[in-house]
Structures are given as C-alpha cells and as structure tokens.
Design a protein around this ligand. Structure first.
Ligand code: KG4
Ligand code: ZN
Length: 351
C-alpha cells in the first residue's frame, strides 16, 4: 500500500551522542532543525558514556522537539508522520527518542516509522534538492563513522547487502584512538587531520592493514598499535605530525583499496557514496574520488552536517518508508543491534 505523507515528517535521532529533531516536508524542504552534540559532556571521559548519553537525551529531546514545532509554526496534529531512530545504537538513547516519537504518533493518530539508523545514512543522498540528480539504485555506500565501518550495496529501499565491514575497530574509532595516543583531544579525527597537514607521511611509515587482500573488510587495531609504538619511539614533538600524516595516508590508501574491491563486487553500481563523520576527512575523500573517477562513477559525499548524525536523514528515511507503506506499530521495541540486511524482505536475505 503506497501512502503519500499528509504533512511534514518529524524525525528524531538519539542513537549515540547527538540529540536531534527535524521537521521535513515531503518534498525535502527542511522546515526546522535542532541538533545538540553531547561532545562536551563526554569529552572528559575520552569517549561516549552510554548512561551519560541516555540522561542527556532525556534532558534535551523534549525541548528540541518543541523548538522545531515552534520554529516551523506547526503543531503535531499537522504532521504526516513521526520517524524515530530505533536502532542500532545505545539502548538508553534509542528508548528516549523512540518513546517520544511513539507517544506523539499515538496521541495524534499519526503513522510511526521505526527508522534503522544505518538505512537513514544510506538513503541521505536521495534527499530531494541535495544533488542535481539523486543516485539511482544500486549504489555503493561507504559508511565511515565512529561506530560504523562498512561497505553496503544499496539495491533499493529496504534492500541492502553488506559487502564488507571492520573486523575490529571502526575507522572513526581508529582516528580517535590514534589521536589520543598523539595527545589530541576527543573526538580526535578532525584534530588529527589538522596535525597531519604539517607532517611528512613518508618519514615514519605505518602498516596498511588489509591492503591487497580480496574482499572489502577492514581492520584497524594493528594500525593503532603501530601508532602507539611509533609514538613510544619519538624523540621530538615534531614527529607527532609525521605520525598523524602517515596514519591518514595509511587509512586513505586502505580505504581506496577496499572501495575498489567493493565496486568490483557490485557491477552496475551508479555511484560511490561516502557518509559518516570520517567522510569529512580530506585525505580519505581524495582517495575515494580517485577510485570513483577510475571506475567512471561520481563520488557523492553529502554535506558534512548530513554525513554526521542528524534528524533530517531520519525524517527522510521515514518519508521514503511511509511512501512505500512500510510503517511500524507503536509497540515496536528499539534494537541496539539491527543489521541492515534484516530490513530486506523475508526470503531475500543475502548477508
Ligand atoms: O558520524 P559521526 O559524527 O558519529 C558516529 O560515530 O556515529 O562520526 C564521528 C567520527 C569520530 O570518530 C570523529 O573523530 C570522526 O568521525 N571524524 C573525523 C573527521 N571528522 C570527524 N575523522 C577524520 N577526519 C575528520 N576530519
Ligand atoms: Zn551515524
């Protein structure tokens, strides 16, 4: 059953350390958006503390939701539906966003969509107005964030095939851990990139794990150990920039190699899409652009604010699913673990 949303979609995101709400018109216009990063609350612990995150979501989410309604000048009864990230992620935060979403849907008789956070990242490049032309299915998605690191064949709405993923740390996690070893603040990715700009990537070479291996899995824990050893041998502060540069060069080379193999595993791909916080990294982007160019495909990187966690992408996934008649009951239970492949229609699960 196809359903056109009768009004704007409310999107709620609370799966990790961003509390976010957005109102999105069915034509893709962002009517209002509010996002609160909890970086300051977690920084002194050097990473996301689940209990701190859950409490912060609980504290901020109702206020952020009220703010987007006020900004857009609409009331919940005018909505076309409610979409809330319902997994995968930290369960405390998921419960906060999903409960608010289900409560609003129930109170106002609105359709509810339990959004898979990974699907929201995967569908972002289809947001109308974002690109001159939305990529056609199938396309290759590289999801590169602090919590996720995978190559996904996006074959259609709800049809995803994971081609490869990390065997240990996510790439953003590797950036953060290596940055910490270099004495940089958390989250370290952007700091490491800045430091790398003044370093020599060749002076202290680092390993390039998985490079040249078949498939498109990743592994970053060995690289992080190599960074620790290199830092231990340093005799001058300036060497830190060289290690940062070597680290970024290593990750970029590995990324290009894995992306090339992933494209080889999905003939017919129309584009290479990169998303997640690490998509902000210039070195990684440049390496991926080279791969896409050689394959004759466009490299699509949504603007950073839509690459990192946000509620606009959740609302958009909600609109896409609602249009396809894929709504969820209000007793849908949030799922800390929720692989993308499980969204595929029964009988079509490939990975
Ligand atoms: O997608 P995201 O905002 O949140 C989740 O992990 O869900 O990604 C955050 C990650 C962090 O690990 C951060 O260090 C990394 O993305 N990151 C970067 C850069 N900007 C953010 N890594 C490398 N270079 C950057 N410029
Ligand atoms: Zn994310």
């Amino acid at each position: 059953m196809d359903m056109e949303p009768k009004g704007p979609m409310l999107g709620l995101e609370s799966s990790c350390d961003e509390t976010a709400a957005a109102l999105l018109a069915p034509d893709g216009r962002v009517l209002a958006e509010a996002l609160l990063s909890q970086v300051a609350e977690h920084a002194r612990f050097g990473g996301v503390v689940p209990e701190v995150a859950a409490r912060a979501h609980l504290h901020h989410m109702p206020r952020l939701a009220a703010r987007v309604f006020a900004e857009a000048g609409i009331t919940p009864s005018e909505l076309g539906g409610v979409a809330a990230t319902s997994g995968p992620g930290l369960i405390g935060g998921l419960i906060v966003g999903a409960s608010l979403g289900k409560g609003l849907a129930l109170a106002h008789g609105l359709p509810f969509v339990a959004v898979n956070h990974l699907e929201a990242h995967a569908l972002t490049p289809r947001l109308p107005g974002l690109l001159p032309e939305a990529p056609a299915f199938p396309y290759l998605l590289l999801l590169l964030s602090g919590g996720h690191c995978q190559c996904v064949a996006v074959e259609g709405l709800g049809r995803y095939r994971r081609l490869g993923s990390t065997l240990d740390d996510a790439v953003g996690e590797a950036f953060d851990k290596s940055a910490k070893l270099l004495g940089l603040p958390w989250p370290g990715g952007p700091h490491l990139e800045r430091l790398a700009a003044s370093g020599d990537p060749k002076r202290i070479p680092l390993p390039r794990p998985m490079l040249g291996r078949p498939g498109c899995d990743f592994s970053f824990s060995g690289l992080k150990t190599a960074v620790a050893q290199a830092v231990g041998k340093l005799t001058d502060e300036a060497g830190k920039a060289d290690i940062a540069a070597a680290f970024q060069a290593s990750v970029s080379a590995v990324m290009a190699d894995r992306a090339r193999n992933a494209l080889g595993m999905m003939p017919g791909a129309t584009a290479l899409v990169v998303s997640g916080g690490v998509a902000a990294n210039g070195g990684v982007r440049e390496a991926l652009r080279g791969v896409a160019e050689r394959a004759g495909l466009p490299l699509i990187a949504p603007p950073i604010r839509l690459c990192t966690d946000n509620a606009v992408m959740v609302a958009w996934a909600g609109i896409e699913r609602l249009r396809a008649g894929l709504t969820d009951p209000v007793d849908h239970a949030p799922r800390p673990r929720w692989p993308l492949a499980e969204l595929s229609p029964a009988g079509e699960r490939i990975s």
